[in-house]
Write a protein that binds this ligand. Sequence first.
Ligand code: MLT
Length: 235
Amino acid sequence: CLDVVFSPLEILPEADCWLVVDLLRATTTIVAFFELGGRRLLPVVDLDEARSLRDRLPGRWLLMGERQALPPPGFDLGNSPLDLAAFDLGAFDGAVMTTTNGTAALLAAAGRGGALHAACARNARAVAEAVAAHDRIAILCAGLEGRPALDDTACAGLLVERLLALRPRDLSDGARMALALFRSAPFADLVGQSRHGRRLAALGLAADLAYCCERDRSEGRPRLVFEGGRPVLVD
Ligand code: MLT
């Protein structure tokens, strides 16, 4: 079965494998982080927790993320996948990341057990191939403040399309809705019409938006593991 959940506040289904999507921009940024040589990424919900965790960790850690789409005070960088290129990520032990919706969705799915990968449009084909052997896959959209988001739902539809190309599956109503949306219009148009897409454009972040809309450009398939009881994304 292939299911799509539109926000982490829905009742989450049982699944062997989770694909977590925050197209704009957390999971796109996570995929870029590993493509650029990042080693580990610790998703955290709370700003203060993120700051104190970075201070407690031994070694050199980046503090990244956003509130209202902008870098919070004291952070090394925001949540732009394009801004990561300015850092030599291999020189850091990893990054601590907190974002409004994306990291909360990752941690909600992490608590459910099963395999978990960060997914976005750029790694849609690669991540679908990575999980194709699983029977019960759930795609969890980060959504927007507990509500469905057009951008994440369109990306979930893209992932459903890529998974169906590999193997026929039973689709939940959520998966059918996401697929119908994805097939209804050009992907970048759907994403551009979303509330968060329009907000990023208004903030002058159209280049981020265009990058996030590119499909099947990355072989990255970041996965979640537990280290010392803490959820960590690794390549
Ligand atoms: C989020 O987690 O809400 C997003 O990634 C926000 C953003 O675009 O920075």
